[in-house]
Design a protein around this ligand. Structure first.
Ligand code: HEC
Ligand code: HEC
Length: 217
C-alpha cells in the first residue's frame, strides 16, 4: 500500500492549511505601513513634508495626548519618541477592536493610511517627553524587578523598539492602569506574554516598577 493513509493526509492537509493561515496573517496589511516605508526611504524633502503633515494631524491628537510636553490626561499615554511601527500597530488594533477603546477605534477608521503614517512618523521623530515623575522610595527596587522581568523585551533603558513600546518616562497613571489591565485580562489590553510578565512580577510590585519607569529618561 503506497497510498497516503487518511490520518497522514489529514496531517498534511492541516499543515497546508496552517501554512496558509500563517501566510495570510503575515500578509495582513497594517494600514499606513507602506506609506511609512516610503517616507523612511524618501528624500529629506519628502521626510520633512511628512513631518509637517504629521504635525497638522497631531494638533487634533493633542486634545488628549497633549503637546510635546506630554499627555493632557494622566491616564493617557505620551506618544513622542515611540517607534513609528509600534504606533501604527496600535492604531490598527484599535481600528479592528482587538484593543478596545471606542474613540480610538473611530479614529482608526477615520484617518487615511497616509495620515496615520505621517502622524506616526511625526511623533517618532519628536524627542521623548521629559518625565514628570521623580524617583520615589521604591524606584531602585523597581529597577531590579524590571531587569529581572521586563528587560529582555523592552530593552535595558526601556526605550522599546518596533515591536515593544518605549516605557521610559511614560505617565505613571497610564503605566499603572495598563499593567493592571494586562493582569486582569480584558478587552482593553490583550497580550498573553504581558499578562504572564505581570503575574511573575506580582501585583504588589506594580508600584515599584511604575516608580522606576516613569522617572526614567
Ligand atoms: C478624545 C481623546 C483622544 C484623542 C483626540 C486621541 N486619542 Fe489616542 N488615545 C486615547 C485613549 C483613551 C487611548 C487609550 C489609552 C488606554 O489604553 O487606556 C489612546 C491611545 C492611543 C495610542 C496607544 C499608545 C500606546 O502607548 O499604546 C496611540 C498610538 C494613539 N492613541 C494615537 C493617537 C493619535 C495619532 C491621535 C490623533 C490622530 C489620537 N490618538 C487622538 C484618546 C485619544
Ligand atoms: C515577552 C516580551 C515582554 C515582556 C517580558 C514584557 N513585555 Fe511589556 N509589552 C510587550 C509587548 C509586545 C507589548 C505591546 C503589547 C500590546 O500590543 O498590548 C508590551 C506592552 C507593555 C506596556 C504598555 C505600554 C504602552 O505604551 O501601552 C507596558 C506598560 C509594559 N509592557 C510593561 C512591562 C513590564 C513592567 C514588564 C515586566 C514586568 C514587561 N512589560 C514585560 C512585551 C513584553
Amino acid at each position: 500500500m503506497m497510498g497516503i493513509k487518511p490520518k497522514a493526509a489529514a496531517t498534511l492537509l492541516a499543515a497546508a492549511l496552517c501554512g496558509l493561515a500563517l501566510s495570510a496573517a503575515a500578509a495582513t496589511p497594517v494600514d499606513g505601513r507602506d506609506n511609512l516605508a516610503r517616507v523612511q526611504k524618501g528624500t529629506p524633502a519628502e521626510q520633512k513634508a511628512a513631518i509637517d503633515a504629521g504635525r497638522k494631524v497631531a494638533q487634533f491628537c493633542a486634545n488628549c495626548h497633549g503637546e510635546q510636553a506630554g499627555a493632557r490626561y494622566a491616564e493617557l499615554p505620551n506618544l513622542a519618541g515611540q517607534h513609528p511601527i509600534y504606533l501604527l500597530n496600535q492604531i490598527e488594533v484599535f481600528r479592528t477592536g482587538r484593543r478596545l477603546e471606542p474613540f480610538m477605534q473611530g479614529l482608526g477608521k477615520a484617518l487615511s493610511a497616509e495620515e496615520k503614517a505621517s502622524v506616526a512618523y511625526y511623533y517618532a521623530n519628536l524627542p521623548a517627553t521629559p518625565s514628570v515623575a521623580t524617583p520615589g522610595p521604591r524606584s531602585a527596587e523597581g529597577g531590579q524587578l524590571f531587569a529581572r522581568n521586563c528587560v529582555r523585551c523592552h530593552g535595558p533603558e526601556a526605550h522599546g523598539g518596533e515591536n515593544f513600546p518605549r516605557l521610559a518616562g511614560q505617565q505613571p497613571e497610564y503605566l499603572r492602569q495598563t499593567l493592571k489591565r494586562y493582569l486582569k485580562g480584558g478587552p482593553e489590553r490583550i497580550y498573553p506574554p504581558m499578562t504572564a510578565a505581570v503575574m511573575a512580577l506580582g501585583e504588589q510590585n506594580i508600584e515599584a516598577v511604575v516608580a522606576y519607569l516613569s522617572s526614567l529618561k
